[in-house]
Design a protein. Structure first.
Length: 335
């Protein structure tokens, strides 16, 4: 068994540490001395995880609830579970919210725009009616949130000069995070550096970024366990990231198809292939199919641009399909 604790790779799991976010975590704690902060960053940059580490006792996903009234109801269900909100107006609900809490308001840009402005204004100026409220809001873009509010007075009290900006992770940082999460969830000898690098490459080109990387790590471990492997192999990772795009192979011309076949064959037993490896196998593949061998770099560049393969810092590789399956399908079409 490779999986030691599957739950520690779930999207809802909050690990003890926030690797590669120490500086941002310090800034968040500093801002919370004044009672509020806004965390901003693209998908998969650890916004929710960082917010969770602020030790808030109330969590609300505003995209799920959307209206001001529903967000207030969600808050009150957590801080006053016996209090009935039935039939009460939003104004009345505000009066029931006390100040000794820290609210985590995830995806706050998912609220109805008009409700968002009134909610943000009331939240940030609640002390004017008696109680100062502490909060950490989370958004994909502070700039877009500001434009969505379109109210300078609300923005100035809600988030201005209290933004923690999260940039996308570098590949090296993703490797560190994957190693940390793998150390928590997998057996010590169940993964290696090449496997984590392959997953980091997948995360790099994924819209989900680090979130997608954690998901592939979990699925790859499950695939490896199912296949009886002692360690996650590159093919386990590719199977975990498998997409249904192979039907597009018929659109490739003969030489690009031969170059892709060479890359696939090189990656049958390894995560990456060097240019020298690919050139050698490409010459052999061309000979098999009675095609004169030529320099292969231009074909590889085109294949990479079109997403058929990936050029990593470690070499050429296949990400969206097991290399064995890809090689088999190409050979069928060539024959």
């Amino acid at each position: 068994m490779i999986l030691k604790d599957k739950r520690k790779l779930d999207i809802s799991y909050v690990p003890e540490k926030t690797p590669c976010r120490d500086e941002e975590r310090r800034r968040l704690q500093m801002l919370l001395d004044d009672g509020h902060a806004l965390i901003s960053g693209p998908v998969g940059t650890g916004k929710t995880l960082l917010a969770r580490h602020a030790d808030g006792d109330v969590y609300v996903n505003c995209y799920t609830h959307k209206s001001e009234h529903k967000v207030l109801e969600a808050i009150l269900r957590q801080i006053r579970p016996k209090f009935s909100t039935a039939g009460l107006t939003s104004q009345r609900l505000w009066q029931e919210i006390e100040g000794d809490h820290l609210f985590i308001l995830d995806e706050i840009d998912g609220m109805i725009p008009d409700d968002l402005v009134h909610f943000a204004y009331t939240l940030s100026r609640h002390e004017e009616i008696g109680t100062s409220l502490r909060y950490v809001a989370v958004t994909r873009s502070a700039l877009m949130l500001k434009q969505l509010m379109n109210d300078p007075a609300t923005w100035s009290t809600f988030a201005e000069k209290a933004v923690v900006e999260l940039r996308p992770y570098s590949k090296e940082e993703m490797m560190d995070i994957l190693a940390y999460r793998a150390g928590e969830a997998l057996m010590r000898d169940g993964y290696d550096d090449d496997g984590l690098s392959l997953i980091a490459d997948i995360a790099t080109v994924s819209a989900g970024h680090m979130r997608a990387g954690i998901d592939v790590l979990r699925t790859a471990a499950m695939v490896a366990d199912q296949r009886g492997h002692d360690m996650i192999t590159p093919e386990d990772v590719r199977e975990a990231n498998r997409e249904g795009w192979l039907e597009g192979l018929g659109e490739l011309e003969r030489r690009p198809a031969l170059a892709l076949l060479a890359v696939a064959r090189c990656c049958l037993e390894q995560a990456y292939a060097s240019l020298e490896d690919v050139e050698a196998v490409y010459a052999s593949v061309c000979e098999e199919h009675d095609v004169e061998s030529q320099p292969v770099e231009s074909e590889l560049s085109m294949l990479s641009d079109r997403g058929w393969m990936y050029e990593s810092d470690r070499g050429y590789t296949v990400l969206d399909s097991p290399a064995e399956l890809l090689a088999t399908e190409i050979e069928k079409r060539l024959n």
